[in-house]
Design a protein around this ligand. Structure first.
Ligand SMILES: [Zn+2]
Length: 340
């Protein structure tokens, strides 16, 4: 310390010539007194320590402040945790809830559907076959305990003879589009009646009305969840839809549960009329092997058959004799073979 003032003027003598002396004196005094007084020295050390701590603390803070927080990216929907099962259960119920559309409304919709079916199918009239099917319907109606009257049923034959489409269906106004191939391939009258009974099963169970109500509810709930930006709700409604219809079905198509219900109802109608109630099961086996959604139906029908074994022995022919039945089939085939 004592050497410092002598070196300073050598380095910077022109700039600080006058300040040399007072600076040296005062500096000597402070340094001397600082070393002689112990309290001042400790104060300096503590101050330095505190300063050091503040610097360390500040250094620790810096990375925290400048740390870039990751922007939350929503995970793809597939990887979200599944919506609570309780919510899905509740939505499944809610989708199927509410008032059914009126019968008049169904009549109007059925009529509109008829025009569409006429565009898609090759419809034809064949009096002997039409009359035969109408007689079977009258007979089923006469003997049936089905809750809803089905007197309004009208038969519309369509020619799927060469494509074996076997598309028979019913519209909510009672129009049955009956596939001719189903008549040609039937082993007996009970099978033909079985198809009619199954379609009537859809009608008396009001499946169309239930489907329309369900899809209206789905649209309403989806709108609600989107408006609320409720992701859980959106996932849950999708799962509820999958549970009700599977992933492939579109609005308006009947789900497997409804087919099962129509099978069950159809079997009841067949049995009430005195036909062998296995007829529809035989038909399913004959026509629909390989169609995936048929499997549970076959299993269900087999269970029913097991349960009914030896309890009910129905008839295979009631309205027509076996001979008359073969004649009707032959007549129809000749008619269709002449068609272009
Ligand atoms: Zn069906």
């Amino acid at each position: 310390m004592a050497d410092l003032p002598e070196e300073v003027p050598g380095l910077d003598s022109e700039e600080y010539p006058e300040e040399k002396e007072p600076f040296q004196e005062s500096n000597e005094e402070t340094t001397d007194s600082a070393f002689s007084d112990g309290g001042h020295a400790w104060g300096f050390v503590i101050g330095l320590g505190a300063l050091l701590l503040v610097v360390i603390w500040a250094l620790m803070l810096i990375p925290r402040r400048t740390e870039v927080k990751p922007v939350p990216v929503p995970a793809p929907i597939l990887f979200h945790p599944p919506a609570p099962a309780v919510l899905v259960d509740q939505l499944v119920k809610e989708i199927q809830d509410g008032e059914l559309p009126s019968l008049q409304e169904e009549g109007v919709i059925g009529l509109a559907g008829e025009y569409k079916m006429h565009d898609q199918l090759v419809n034809f009239k064949h009096e002997p076959t039409d009359k035969y099917l109408e007689k079977i319907v009258d007979f089923l109606h006469l003997k049936s305990n089905a809750s809803r009257s089905f007197f309004s049923i009208k038969i519309k034959l369509h020619n799927d003879h060469n494509i074996n489409g076997a598309k028979t269906g019913i519209l909510p106004n009672g129009a049955i589009f009956y596939a001719a191939s189903s008549i040609l391939r039937a082993q007996n009258e009970a099978e033909v009646a079985g198809i009619l009974a199954h379609e009537i099963g859809h009608l008396v169970s009001r499946h169309y009305a239930k489907e329309r109500r369900a899809w209206q509810n789905v649209t309403r709930l989806e709108n609600k969840f989107i408006k609320e930006a409720n992701l859980k709700g959106m996932i849950a409604i999708r799962m509820a839809k999958d549970r009700l219809w599977g992933t492939m079905l579109l609005p308006g198509s009947m789900d497997t549960n409804q087919q099962l219900e129509a099978d069950k109802k159809g079997q009841e109608i067949l049995r009430d009329a005195g036909y062998e109630s296995d007829a529809f099961l035989n038909l399913l086996h004959a026509y629909t092997v390989g169609i995936s959604d048929i499997t549970p139906r076959i299993l269900m029908n087999q269970r029913t058959r097991e349960a009914e074994k030896n309890q009910f022995q129905g008839k295979s022919f009631i309205v027509a004799t076996p001979e008359e039945f073969r004649a009707i089939q032959k007549n129809l085939k000749n008619f269709l073979d002449k068609q272009k």
